[in-house]
Design a protein around this ligand. Structure first.
Ligand SMILES: [Zn+2]
Length: 215
């Protein structure tokens, strides 16, 4: 958190995580005995995302993340959602997440936990991947950006905003980083806050729901 911001959802690719900074990748589920509360928080989001969108992740993982990427809370790599071991603790993640909310970097988490908010953000990338497939784009990290651009452009038409960056700025500062992060931040805002989420987040998730929603 040294830079006053947390990196969440820096999926691999341009400007993303350096793989050399990631080590000790382990399956999350194998840690349920030793870190049950943290594992169960992630699984709660997973179950809900499955119920709403049929979206599953291949695997949940934890990893040590070092160097310039040490502030990364979690990431999506195109198949798996991985949480930084330094934050795979409910109290640690709550305080890290709340610091970033208080400076406007992330949307509020309502009555949810920091780990749930972060997991929902990463699922936002996974959902975008599924939307890419539903749009006929080939699945893959590169097409997350393409699908996200279509999603936010369509959502913008449902709001009064003239540009997608102005729209994203209503969600959080990190949402202005890219269209992919705008969708992920909207997914987190909507999962945590439901109908009390920002109108811009709801508009984005309405588009996601149109493509892949089950209900
Ligand atoms: Zn992200």
């Amino acid at each position: 958190m040294g830079r006053g911001s947390s990196g969440i959802g820096r999926f691999g690719g341009g400007g993303g995580l350096n793989p050399a900074n990631v080590s000790n990748v382990e399956e999350m589920i194998s840690q349920r005995e030793t870190n049950r509360s943290a594992v169960d928080q992630v699984l709660r989001v997973s179950q809900d995302m499955y119920d709403r969108y049929g979206a599953q992740t291949a695997e949940f993982q934890t990893a040590d993340i070092k160097g310039k990427d040490a502030n990364t809370l979690a990431y999506y790599d195109g198949a798996n959602i991985t949480v930084n071991n330094a934050y795979f603790d409910p109290a640690q993640m709550d305080s890290a997440y709340d610091r970033s909310v208080s400076d406007g970097f992330h949307p509020g988490r309502g009555d949810k936990t920091g780990l749930e908010a972060v997991a929902a953000h990463e699922f936002g990338h996974l959902l975008t991947d599924r939307v890419a497939t539903a749009m006929g784009l080939k699945s893959g990290l590169g097409n997350i950006d393409a699908a996200a651009t279509k999603i936010v452009t369509e959502a913008k038409a449902a709001t009064s905003h003239r540009g997608v960056v102005q729209m994203a700025a209503k969600i959080s500062r990190y949402a202005t980083h890219s269209n992919a992060e705008a969708v992920a931040e909207a997914a987190s805002d909507y999962w945590c806050n439901g109908n009390n989420a920002k109108a811009e987040s709801i508009a984005i998730m309405n588009v996601v729901n149109k493509y892949i929603g089950k209900k």
